[in-house]
Design a protein around this ligand. Sequence first.
Ligand code: CA
Ligand code: CA
Ligand code: CA
Ligand code: CA
Length: 483
Amino acid sequence: MVAVILVALAAVVGQIGRWRSMLKVQDITPKKVTKPASIKPAETDGTPELLVRFKKNVPLSQIERIAGANNDRIEDEIESVSGLVAIDDLDDADISQLLRQYESMSDLVDYAEPNFEIALDDSVDRNSRPVAESSNPVGAPNDPLFGDQWALNNTGQNGGKANAHIDALKAWAKTRGSAEVVVAVLDTGVDYTHKDLVENMWIRPASVPLYYDNELGTAEDLHGFDAVNVANQSAGSNTDEYGGGYSGGASLSDPMDDNGHGTHCAGIIGAEGNNGEGISGINWNVKIMPLKFLGRGGFGNVKDAIEAINYAIDRKKNGVNLRVISASWGSTQRSKALEDAIKAAGDAGILFVAAAGNSSTDNDRRAHYPSNYDLPNVLSVAALDRNDLLANFSNYGAKTVHVAAPGREITSTWLGDQYREASGTSMAAPQVSGIAALIIANDAKISMAKLRERILKSSDPIDTLLGKVVVGGRLNAAKALGE
Ligand SMILES: [Ca+2]
Ligand SMILES: [Ca+2]
Ligand SMILES: [Ca+2]
Ligand SMILES: [Ca+2]
């Protein structure tokens, strides 16, 4: 019933995003956009069906021999997680049979799992209500839609409760962010040309080499990473305009958003502040790195998410000050491979902020991933409305959901230089990512562990959140900066 209404709403708004994590094995109906001019035979054109982690002492050459014996192809080795490979079966075999082939080699294999599909934890009621300009309070930035941004400064507008907010004005007295801090948005991409984002988008500095991966090849990652298309583009002959420009023939990695969701998340973290345009991000200045792994319809798969995280880790190791990955999506399907990739990001000093999910359920009882991975770099975020009440769609969990942040009727950037209001834990997670970036702007050397601890200790207590989220309160940016 709810789903039907949501779909109807979606149709009204004209969005294709699907709302629930409808999981199935990618093998059955591959949805990936394939390059029209692909020269690969059809049976090798599919998305890898399996993620297999071999034991540490098994060399890649042996993994390749094993895969060859099964008439399988190693599509990608995930460099940041030793022994983890994405495997494409060439026989159209049944998934359970494929899993058994690898699981049975228990002396060589840690685990084998299907490459599950992932869907957006989408906004539950993308509202077409036009956002209205209003006069801004004293001390506020001059962005014309700031009066609509109750999450940053709640004056009781539109029936809200005054001060049910992250207290951005007070936080900004200390710092408005820094262009030295890079936050990755792992989502549908970001419209990096949006006029309220363009100045705050990460661009690969000349000092950082083009992205190179043994299997994916060299990618021109000027604007970030596109896991949806990069493998297709690097396969076979590359005749696009970027093909001949670099030694080895780089493919273009273009994380342009074709959905809108990632652009909305990005604006919350870092739409340019006080530029007389649109909204203000939590950070007036920051660098947003798009990691696209979800396609136009809001669907992707675990393998692409892992490749994007692997890219982020590589960039960090090449000198990019990437400190936070913001993840506004999830499913109830556990993936050990994804967990291992997120752990590797943590080992590289990257905080991983995850939406708690939009099923109104208790994550302590019914796990939601990646928010539920019990890792030292994961923060799980529930959504609040403008009255400091847990949003009715928001998941919760006294042990597994760490903090709550504004996530209902959030105005942010949208495709085509537009602005739109959206709701969901998808909108709450970037509030936490944004505050994390502010903390780093104010304390550049803070460790990932201290950063996470600071976030957990800087909430305003809210009685109704006791027993619902770990900290029993709503995040406060001013407190996070040690007001
Ligand atoms: Ca096979
Ligand atoms: Ca690789
Ligand atoms: Ca296959
Ligand atoms: Ca602005």
